[in-house]
Write a protein that binds this ligand. Structure first.
Ligand SMILES: Cc1cc2nc3c(=O)[nH]c(=O)nc-3n(C[C@H](O)[C@H](O)[C@H](O)COP(=O)(O)OP(=O)(O)OC[C@H]3O[C@@H](n4cnc5c(N)ncnc54)[C@H](O)[C@@H]3O)c2cc1C
Ligand code: FES
Ligand code: FES
Length: 1365
């Protein structure tokens, strides 16, 4: 290839530091480079597939055509390093850090309590930073001093693609909005800058100053260096950037490429997020420098977009086409296309994802593209280059051709301009164009593939008999079909028709036949019903588009056609319901107490700023020691099968692989142990037989994490099932084969009352009703990770991201067969745990230790998201059968439950489940309560503790039963709840000592309080009115109480005072993001201040809590069950009391001598006088306070869309009793975060497995946790300070888990809304799907809600219309 100059170095800057890379494997991503070859570790790997935003960086590059620098976010996990030649990369530590000073973004994230575990925070900060950078480019007057030109809505939207599993997003939204020029500071939530009621000026002055001039990064000047890197060579691989089509063709036909067979054309490389190719390409051809592929050309016929243009660029061009005023119908086509495209993926993906890449994926691999559907509807065409041949073909021809071969190039896409039908040369004045696009996806604002998308273009006019469709193009896609397709039969049918009920009916019949998902597609009937709903909505909208201008006859015809539908269908066309897309308001009420200062203060989380800048060190951020190796698990994909062998495709080990470690490598003195729990030890690796899909078979060790991961993926495991029993995959099979785990008698809950007597007293009975609950995945943002380093004398140091270092320590010692004092486990911080890093982190750490022990080299692992999801286990699925007896007034007299818990293959913590379930279920007075629990041993991966384990199920079961009773009595569920709330006497009966004193039973007052603060009763009336006057949307509201039993365990603490008066604290508890260290610091400062000398006011700032080290502080126990913060606080308080006691005599002496004593002077003297300034303690709760009840209530209101099944949470109000909160800001964060995680469980998250029990929801593509667009639009939380709990640690109460249970209020509200939809269906004459005692599954996903509202609602409605007249 003559035109290609040889070689060259890759040049770019990172945070101003220049890098020149002469050789690199071109498959290297920017993230890999940053994390392994630079000191910039703030880019976190959360998913590696563009789905989480943890790796977002700002890329700035000079555009030589526009002669300006453009800056935009990209996901560094997908961006190939070679594609950033000449660019400047900015990461979160680049905009500010602990050395040079934090950026106001970091400070505000910290001050608004927007960082908990901190793993998502640097990515969030960069998404916001990019929005700020680009806002400055707006041609608008400068924003007021301290603010950006960003609007509130833009600020919130900036982070729509970033996932956070801890905070629930509200505080993050506040931190972002604080920069917006149009923000009302009064609307921003609790923060450490100002107090409520302070004046606007004071508030502004307290916010960390933001000045766009100072705080926008400058582009490192690489203008001269910016040119296409025509060719970059490494040893075997090359990266080419041809600059013309000719050069590209020459290249493709050159020997260099032709024979290699491993060449990849690439633009944004985001396609790799979905297809995760494991092919090792040796040639990459970057298409972005070919002018035809990057140009936008406009002529009389339309706009031609180069295929390599990013989706973002296409969107902004389409939007700019609407700048004309007034906007024509044709412009609206572009506007609506742009609006739809903004829901594709996320901003940071669209910035690099190309138009052509999307279409080629759709064409070649049947990717469920949105763009294909849009373009099909608007009659687009494309230019393709195959061989030497340039062809212009229609979009339809392109999609339906045989897959483009690997050398085929998509050059450009043409979108025509639109005008209404012409007669001769003139536009028909009565003719109008309408273009609408539709998309039903689990997340409204994107980053979720749709169940179905559609785009409809109609040319219509109006005559005396009504609306006449002249022409229409109807395109549907992504519903489980190869390509987007046009519903031609429907189009042909509608052309020339006047819209009447009959015509609509017929069109809908035809659509149902046309839109049929391919075999095996999930929710096929739902997808067809979406097609019906969308077409109905569209045709219906034609009626309403011009109603203002319409004449009487139009209105008449409209009425006769759709009547109430037009009125009731409050979609965006008639605009009567416009919900805010994102969080619109939030209120937090917290009361802080000064009694125990600084305990009780809403102090910001310790370390939040370094978390935001990305300097906080997680396990994978620890620089690997020399000679470090990396591990990746090979797991079983079969439920019960003998493992005959592991091999790789070729005879030799894959690239970089050093060893494959398995059970055979366990030292002779060791045991095959990977987990140690209170119920015993569990195996690390499968022995001869793998017991479940996800069972660990081996640990591949490679020279890099990438090589280890690739090798693990390539491993071929040979299985054999001969002679083995069939696996047990359901709880029913477990019962049949008596496969159970024992529950120790002391953990088996006690029954209450006499069930038979209670049943006899009942007026009504429901017998053998069933509820099923599925699993949930933790989705901590940091996957499991560990680093094991062999030390002298057969010792092992292991850094583990875990919730229970002490037990991890024991498991490692047992596995290696070494004494426990040879092992040291260190945990500094954990990027989210939620129970998943309790027992489930242990085998990961143990496998690293075993490999390190075997190979005598450090071994590290950081699990890829897929492996993590497959082996995690997650929440326990449960099947419940119940008998309930109740009076006619709704009072329940007896309840019996048969509960089958699917525990999976190992006991894990499953034996505690019966107790946890009942602990929350007993929140109501059931009269008599009996149960029969079976903890089933099945061939599934073992289920483990997940935030509120058992409790969320128990609490939900109670609600489901009450709802059932209410439905059967035709009573409002709230009345039945009221009837069955405990009196203090019944509470004592059900909970015994845990009930505490009468004053501690705060639920009755919380119950009323939340009704008042949420205006519950008034809103019930509003909802009735709404439901009466809206046909296609229904609302529901629900109030749900929570009473939950928690247990306090013992915990150690150690406090040491250094010469300069600073203090070091060690505790058993781990900071998982829940603010444990911050509370510990507060208590330490409070307790030490009791020495009463000068200078103790600022002690808080002088305290450092340090990482947990199992040899430095033993008996650390578990960080679980919500109470570790309080026990750790209690432990340090004991230590401080000891220290104060030791210091008191000296202080008195000094005071006598000098009148007053400074803290620093006291400590120096104490050191000189050999006072022991290190104190250890172990807090043991006294027997009377081991258990207690947490209480709260929530009211949620939702709106469902009957056509799509989408649920919008309009508002949630929570009141939660935190006792005397030690830190109301931290507790509030726990409440909001838990509630949103609960929302995920109840509404969104489906942790699906295949028939073998292998997890198939194993990526961000298939598993959808809540994002900012799915949380309540109004989110109000009151942290109640009851302070009645003298037996508690400083009168505080747990907040980590119980609020998760309150999310059931959303589920119950959804059920109420569905009930309304079914009532309406009944009024339309339907006979099926109308009973009110229906079961709403958990999670109540869109297909589930739609199914219950009726998959054929539109058809039923159309049938009903004529009969109504
Ligand atoms: C998290 C995420 C969410 C997404 N959500 C959606 C969604 O909701 N809806 C939707 O429609 N899409 C979605 N996408 C897909 C996204 O639009 C595509 O990944 C992207 O447009 C591909 O462009 P690219 O430049 O990154 O392609 P690349 O990854 O660079 O290339 C993709 C493939 O196309 C080939 N190719 C690229 N350009 C050309 C060309 N001009 N000629 C010939 N071959 C070419 C490449 O060789 C490769 O095989 C999502 C993607 C991600 C990562
Ligand atoms: S790690 Fe890149 S988006 Fe998740
Ligand atoms: S703070 Fe967002 S994931 Fe933990």
């Amino acid at each position: 290839m003559e035109a290609t100059p040889e070689g060259g170095s890759l040049v770019f800057t990172v945070n101003g530091v220049r890098f020149e890379v002469p050789e690199i494997d071109p498959s290297t991503t920017l993230l890999e480079f940053l994390r392994s070859r630079t000191r910039f570790k703030s880019v976190k790997l959360g998913c590696g597939e563009g789905g989480c935003g943890a790796c977002v960086v700002l890329l700035s590059k000079y555009d030589p055509m526009l002669e300006q620098v453009e800056s935009f976010t990209v996901s560094s996990c997908l961006t190939l390093l070679c594609s950033i030649n000449g660019c400047s990369v900015t990461t979160s530590e680049g905009i500010g850090n602990s050395k040079d000073g934090f950026h106001p973004i970091h400070q505000r994230f910290s001050g608004f309590h927007a960082s908990q575990c901190g793993f998502c925070t640097p990515g969030m900060c960069m998404s916001l930073f990019s929005a700020l950078v680009n806002a400055e480019k707006k041609k608008q007057p400068q924003a007021p001093h301290g603010f950006s030109k960003l609007t509130v809505s833009e600020a919130e939207k900036a982070i729509t693609g970033n996932l956070c599993r801890c905070t629930g997003y509200r505080p993050i939204a506040d931190a972002c909005k604080s920069f917006a020029a149009n923000v009302d500071l009064e609307d921003l939530g609790i923060n450490s800058f100002w107090k409520r009621g302070e004046s606007e000026e004071v508030k502004v002055s307290r916010l960390p100053t933001y000045d766009p001039k100072d705080h926008i990064c400058s582009y490192s000047d690489l203008k001269d260096g910016y040119k296409s890197l025509t060719r970059l060579n490494s040893k075997q691989c090359s990266w080419f950037s041809p600059i013309s089509i000719n050069e590209l063709q020459d290249l493709l036909h050159s020997d260099l490429v032709k024979d290699s067979g491993k060449t990849k054309l690439v633009v944004g490389n985001t396609g790799n997020a979905y297809y995760k190719e494991t092919v090792e390409y040796d040639k990459y051809i970057d298409l972005r420098y070919i002018p035809e592929l990057s140009a936008i050309r406009k002529d009389n016929s339309g706009i031609e977009f180069g295929a390599a243009l990013s989706i973002s660029k296409v969107i902004s061009f389409l939007k700019s086409e609407n700048d004309s005023n007034p906007i024509s119908d044709g412009d609206l086509v572009f506007m609506n296309m742009a609006n739809h495209m903004e829901k594709i993926a996320t901003g940071f993906i669209r910035n690099s994802a190309s138009l052509g890449g999307n279409l080629v994926m759709a064409q070649r691999k049947y990717f469920p593209s949105d763009i294909g559907t849009l373009l099909l509807a608007v009659d687009s065409s494309v230019i393709v280059l195959t061989g030497q041949k340039h062809e212009r073909i229609t979009m339809e021809e392109f999609l339906y051709r045989p897959p483009l071969d690997t050398n085929g190039i998509l050059i450009s896409v043409h979108i025509p301009f639109f005008e209404p039908t012409r007669v001769g040369d003139s536009v028909q004045t009565t003719s109008k164009l309408s273009f609408e696009t539709y998309r039903a996806a689990p997340r409204p604002l994107g980053n979720a593939l749709p169940y179905l998308n559609a785009a409809f273009l109609a040319d219509f006019s109006q005559n005396k008999s009504g609306i006449v469709v002249n022409k229409v193009r109807l395109s549907f896609g992504a519903y489980g079909t190869y390509h987007a397709m046009r519903a031609r039969k429907v189009e042909d049918y509608l052309a020339g028709q006047t819209l009447t009920g009959l015509v609509l009916d017929e069109a809908i019949k035809l659509v149902k036949v046309a839109v049929v998902s391919g075999e095996g597609t999930a929710h096929a009937a739902y997808r067809s019903s979406l097609a019906v709903g969308f077409l109905f909505e569209f045709l219906n909208s034609l009626n309403t588009i011009d109603s203002s201008e319409s004449c009487g006859s139009f209105e008449d015809s409209n009425k006769s056609l759709l009547g109430g539908a037009a009125k009731g269908n409050n979609d965006r066309n008639n605009g009567s319901i416009q919900h805010p897309e994102l969080l619109s308001s939030a209120k937090q009420v917290v009361e802080s107490s000064k009694d125990n200062y600084p305990v009780g203060e809403p102090i910001k989380k310790f370390g939040a700023a370094i978390q935001a800048s990305g300097e906080a060190v997680f396990v994978d951020d620890i620089p690997p020691p020399p000679d470090c190796l990396y591990g990746a698990f090979i797991y079983s994909t079969k439920p019960l099968a003998r493992v005959k062998g592991i091999s790789f495709n070729s005879n030799k080990l894959p690239t970089g692989v050093a060893a494959v470690i398995s059970a055979k490598d366990i030292p002779s003195k060791g045991e095959n142990i990977g987990t140690q729990s209170m119920f015993g030890a569990e195996s690390l690796f499968a022995g001869e037989v793998a017991m479940c899909a996800g069972d660990l078979i081996a640990f591949v060790i490679g020279d890099t994490q990438k090589h280890a991961n690739l090798a693990a993926k390539m491993a071929i495991v040979e299985y054999d099932t001969e002679g083995l029993d069939p696996p047990i995959l359901t709880v029913e099979e477990a019962v049949e084969r008596s496969s159970f785990f024992d529950v120790p008698p002391f953990l088996y809950p006690a029954k209450v009352g006499d069930f038979s007597k209670g049943m006899a007293e009942a007026d009504h009975r429901i017998l053998t009703a069933e509820i099923k609950l599925g699993s949930q995945y933790y989705f901590y943002m940091e996957t499991q990770s560990a680093l094991a380093i062999p030390d002298e004398d057969n010792c092992m140091v292991v850094y583990s991201s875990c919730q229970c270092p002490e037990f991890t320590h024991i498991a490692i010692a047992k596995c290696l067969g070494i004494p426990e004092n040879n092992v040291r486990v260190i945990t500094r911080r954990v990027g989210g745990g939620f129970g998943g890093k309790a027992l489930k982190a242990m085998p990961v750490a143990t496998a690293c230790a075993l490999a390190a022990h075997t190979l005598r080299r450090p071994v590290k692992t950081y699990l890829d998201r897929k492996t993590d999801m497959i082996i995690a286990g997650g929440r326990h699925p449960i099947k419940i059968t119940y008998d309930v007896g109740y009076k006619s007034d709704g009072k329940i007299t007896a309840l019996h439950l048969d509960i089958l818990i699917n525990a999976g293959i190992k006991a894990d913590i499953s034996p505690v489940m019966p107790n946890s379930i009942t602990g929350a279920l007993k929140k109501y007075n059931w009269g008599a309560l009996s149960f029969n629990f079976k903890v089933c041993k099945t061939n599934h991966s073992s289920k483990s503790a997940m935030r509120a384990p058992g409790e969320v199920q128990g609490s939900y079961i109670a609600e489901a039963i009450l709802e059932h009773v209410a439905s059967s009595l035709s009573m409002e569920p709230d009345l039945v709840r009221n009837k069955n709330l405990h009196t203090y006497e019944s509470l004592k009966l059900f909970y015994g000592d845990a009930a505490g004193d009468l004053v501690e039973y705060t639920l009755p007052s919380i119950w009323d309080k939340v009704a008042t603060s949420s205006r519950f009763l008034a809103r019930i009336e509003n909802i009735e009115r709404f439901n009466h006057s809206n046909v296609w949307r229904k609302r529901g509201i629900s109030r749900v109480p929570v009473v939950n039993e928690v247990f306090v365990r013992g915990a150690p603490g150690k406090v040491s005072i250094l010469w300069d008066g600073s203090i070091v604290v060690e505790v058993g508890g781990i900071d998982l993001g829940q603010g444990l260290w911050t509370k510990v610091k507060q208590v330490t400062a409070y307790a030490l201040s009791s020495i009463q000398c000068e200078g103790t006011k600022d002690l808080f700032e002088r305290i450092r809590v340090v990482q947990s080290d199992t040899l430095s502080l033993v008996q650390g126990g578990f960080t679980a069950g919500s109470t570790t913060s309080e026990s750790s606080c209690a432990a340090v308080r004991l230590c401080c009391d000891i220290l104060v006691e030791r210091l008191a005599p000296l202080k008195k002496t000094l005071q006598d001598q000098m009148g007053s004593v400074e803290w620093d002077a006291l400590i120096v003297q104490a050191h000189y006088q050999s006072v022991n300034l290190a104190a250890n303690s172990f807090f043991v709760p006294d027997l009377s306070s081991v258990k207690y009840l947490t209480q709260g209530a929530a009211v949620s209101e939702v709106e469902i869309n009957i056509l799509t099944g989408e649920t919008t949470i309009l508002r949630s109000d929570i009141v939660y009793d935190c006792g005397q909160s030690m830190n109301p800001a931290v507790d509030l964060g726990q409440i909001e975060g838990a509630f949103v995680q609960g929302l995920g469980f109840f509404m969104l998250e489906e942790y699906l497995t295949n028939e073998n029990g292998l997890v198939v929801a194993d990526s961000t593509w298939t598993y959808k946790i809540p994002t900012i667009d799915t949380i309540p639009k109004q989110f109000n939380v009151e942290v109640l300070n009851t302070g009645h709990n003298q037996k508690r640690v400083l009168s505080s109460k747990a907040s980590g888990e119980p609020p998760l249970l309150l999310a059931a209020s959303v589920h119950c509200a959804t059920r109420a809304a569905i009930k309304e939809a079914r009532k309406q269906l009944k009024s339309w004459g339907a006979v099926e799907g109308i009973d009110t005692t229906f079961v709403l599954d958990v999670p109540a996903t869109m297909p589930t809600v739609k199914r219950l509202c009726g998959l054929d609602t539109v058809e039923t409605y159309l049938k009903y219309l004529p009969s109504r007249d």
